[in-house]
Design a protein around this ligand. Structure first.
Ligand code: ADP
Ligand code: MG
Length: 405
């Protein structure tokens, strides 16, 4: 990457300067508003600590969920401010607004080493507006928080594929630098995207074929094997004439899947058995079945043990592995074995075969932690779902591109 990084900024000196940082704090919350996986907050710490230790006045911008441009307490960054205070070991104040009076007063009142978190940037409809002028106006307000000698550090990797105000437009108004997380993500993913050691095996799962069609098409020729499980495999199985009963199915994608199988059938690896469930429920009755054996009215919520074995065989010889998307509904423990088994096979290939393994995708990363797998067993767990997929597809990421001086 030819962009300036936070190390360049630290060399220039940040003591006493207002540094505006875009972080990714889009963490999952349970019904009580408790953070269930703080992985993204942890990943933001190196950049924030480096800045506070160097005496910067740090102002952090982030979003949470989809408040759709309206102030909604349900999507307040309050729980993040609390978690961040604890993890940084210093009080992190949460502004009462995004770029309004309270944010400006608090920004003016910062002293060296302080951290201020602005309220959810998506409370302001201009954040995601398609209108350049509206985003520009919002960006002016945000950049003003950083005063005259301020700078911008882009560290929210999960959002760099979006040309949104706090990611893109702000970077045009202040001297801009890549934070440690963005820098690391880009260099790791660059290796998987542009310089993979072969055999290169890609494992895709998750909910929808349509979400990941771009990456399937891009990787079908780059990867040696494309393993497909999770919710998206049923559309492929249907394309092969299998009756998937009530399993997740995107009818409108069947023809596309047929075409992919015709063109790349030798590379695409599909499950050979399934775990059928009577209904979509964590306690649902379950049965291991052959592909055409899903009982009438049932659905498949996981891949079966023979599939895990087949997938593990392919993974065992891999030198580069990219995994995105759970193999089943891992949120229900009864249907988590496929995801756990494949994740473990990737860890084994990494540890025993020296494979370079990257996990991308919010739910995939969360599954590693909630299923009790060893996070350090993988070479890298990306904090970005969409961003990592778009990078692997070969698309430019506006939030990274804008940092190129
Ligand atoms: P990621 O965030 O890692 O990119 P996705 O968002 O694409 O992954 O998909 C994750 C979701 O896919 C999980 O919530 C999981 O429950 C769901 N899923 C996986 N397999 C199935 C299945 N067989 N039926 C329904 N949903 C599934
Ligand atoms: Mg997801």
């Amino acid at each position: 990457m030819t962009v300036k990084t936070i190390d360049d900024l630290l060399k220039e000196g940040v003591s006493g300067r207002h540094i505006l940082v875009r972080s990714d704090f889009n963490v999952p919350l349970d019904d009580n508003g408790t953070i269930t996986d703080a992985g993204r907050i942890d990943a933001s710490l190196p950049t924030l600590k480096a800045l506070t230790e160097a005496g910067a006045k740090v102002i952090v911008m982030a979003h949470l969920g989809r408040p759709k441009g309206e102030v909604n307490p349900k999507f307040s960054l309050q729980p993040v401010a609390e978690a961040l205070s604890e993890k940084l070991g210093q009080y992190v104040a949460l502004a009462g607004d995004v770029s309004g009076e309270d944010a400006h007063e608090r920004a003016n009142g910062l002293t060296e080493g302080d951290v201020l978190l602005l309220e959810n940037v998506r409370f302001d409809p201009r954040e995601t507006s398609k209108d350049d002028a509206k985003r520009g106006e919002f960006a002016d307000e945000l950049a003003a928080l950083a005063a005259d000698d301020g700078a911008f550090v882009s560290d929210g990797f999960g959002v760099v594929h979006r040309a949104q105000t706090s990611v893109y437009d702000v970077a045009k108004r202040l001297p801009a630098y890549a934070g440690y997380l963005v820098n690391k993500e880009v260099s790791v993913l660059d290796k998987a995207a542009n310089n993979p050691e072969h055999p290169y095996v890609v494992v895709l799962g998750g909910s929808k074929v349509s979400d990941k069609l771009g990456v399937i098409e891009a990787l079908a020729t780059k990867a040696d094997k494309l393993i497909i499980g999770g919710g998206m495999c049923y559309t492929f199985l249907a394309a092969k004439g299998i009756n998937v009963q009530e399993s997740l199915l995107q009818e409108e994608m069947i023809d596309t899947c047929k075409k992919l199988l015709e063109d790349h059938g030798d590379r695409i690896v599909l499950p050979v058995d399934l775990i059928a469930a009577e209904k979509f429920d964590r306690d649902a009755e379950k049965k291991t079945v052959e592909l055409d054996g899903i009982p009438e009215g049932w659905m498949s919520l996981d891949i079966g043990p023979k599939s895990v074995e087949e997938f593990a065989k392919v993974l065992a010889s891999a030198k580069t592995i990219f995994w995105n998307g759970p193999m089943g509904v891992f949120e229900f423990e009864r249907f988590a074995d496929g995801t756990r088994g494949v994740a473990q096979a990737i860890i084994d290939a990494t540890q025993n075969n020296g494979a370079f393994s990257v996990v991308g995708g919010g739910d995939s990363a969360a599954s590693v932690r909630t299923l009790g797998l060893d996070e350090d067993g993988f070479s890298h767990i990306s904090t970005g779902g969409g961003a990592s997929l778009e990078f692997l597809e070969g698309k430019t990421l506006p939030g990274v591109d804008v940092l190129n001086a």
